[in-house]
Design a protein around this ligand. Structure first.
Ligand code: G3P
Ligand code: MG
Length: 343
């Protein structure tokens, strides 16, 4: 009976535990699995001494593909089912903006993938820079526009339509063209190309960025510039040309709005896993980047674990943004330590 009581206690304790995983540098490196990541998901999906599913969601600053496609790809790499209901990428919370803006310029990503993402989010009229170049090639003097681009773009007379907001969803593949079009729009009268605003502030359309990461580790020896550097360049150009600061909104980690969104997502996912409403009490964020995952988790009041398989190197905790649970060799070490402590 005692053993049964103990098991029951562990089951109750397990109900309040939940994990939030960063993806790149924790579970995978690009398309390559981190083996301890796959093992971790196996354990949390029920291969543990209690045979219990332990709720977990994924919070990544990744971008550029529809959620369903990214989940299918990750499920395959990690050999565990991953639902879109437990998955948040940098632009996921931006879907809420579809209620406020009808015609939007979506910037970044491969080909027309981000147009597809925005349409899936419910934006009614999604314009991409290629549509504008196809309308007036002189807008981007250094752009060589190929046959494929010309055939696949959706040009219209943009001097007759307003763009309501600019949404940078992913990394720019062509800084010169994208920055030129964004600057033109920011200085226009309410997003009408071919016009110049009399007042740079009141007539300016809003601009949103899906995350603020300056650098991104890739196969190159040194990390490569990411969306954050593109934003810094735009801010500097805008200030130098107009004399006013560019107001902008940034999503993604470590922004609070993204953590609030993740908290809501986790609460519903826990309800689905436990078939009853259980508030996430002992939440553990596991990440490799002190300046994004860890600072955001700490500020939000979650426990944080820093792993050594990505951006952070070495056994020392980060000085400025130390993880509350310390540094771990990998994600498996982190979750095993947490489960030992909690159950
Ligand atoms: O910065 C973009 C992306 O590669 C970061 O991914 O999963 O570490 O937030 P993640
Ligand atoms: Mg990471």
């Amino acid at each position: 009976a005692k053993a049964q009581d103990l098991a029951q206690e562990k089951v109750s304790a397990a109900k309040n535990v939940a994990f939030i995983f960063d993806i790149d540098g924790v579970l995978v490196h690009g398309d390559r699995v981190i083996p301890e990541g796959a093992k971790t998901l196996e354990i949390l999906n029920g291969q543990n001494e209690l045979g219990l599913k332990i709720p977990h969601i994924f919070l990544t600053n990744g971008s550029g593909k529809p959620e369903a496609e990214r989940c299918a790809q990750l499920s395959k790499i990690l050999n565990s089912p991953i639902s879109t209901k437990q998955f948040i990428q940098s632009h996921t919370p931006m879907s809420a903006l579809a209620e406020y803006y009808s015609t939007v310029l979506v910037v970044g990503g491969e080909g027309y993938r981000c147009r597809e993402v925005a349409e899936k989010y419910g934006f009614k009229d999604v314009v991409v820079p290629n549509d504008i170049v196809a309308w007036d090639e002189s807008i981007a003097p250094y752009r060589t526009f190929g046959t494929w681009e010309r055939a696949s773009a959706r040009p219209r007379d943009f001097s007759k339509h307003n763009i309501d907001a600019i949404l940078v969803f992913s990394d720019s593949r062509d800084y010169a063209t994208d920055a030129q079009i964004i600057m033109d729009l920011l200085q226009s009268e309410n997003g009408r190309l071919g016009t110049k605003a009399k007042d740079p502030v009141s007539q300016r359309i809003p601009i949103y960025f899906s995350h603020g990461d300056l650098l991104c580790p890739t196969e190159h020896k040194y990390p490569r510039m990411s969306q954050g550097t593109f934003r810094l360049a735009l801010e500097a150009m805008y200030k130098a040309i107009t004399g006013v600061e560019l107001e902008r909104t940034i999503y993604g980690k470590p922004e609070k709005a993204t953590y609030t969104y993740a908290d809501e997502c986790l609460t519903s996912w826990m309800e689905e896993i436990h078939s009853e409403k259980v508030l996430p009490q002992n939440v553990y964020m596991i990440g490799d980047n002190p300046q994004s995952d860890i600072i955001g988790g700490n500020l939000y009041g979650w426990n944080t674990c820093l792993v050594k398989t990505g951006v952070h190197q070495g056994d020392e905790n980060d000085k400025e943004n130390p993880a509350s649970m310390g540094v771990f060799e990998n994600v498996l070490h982190a979750i095993v330590t947490v489960l030992r402590k909690e159950l």
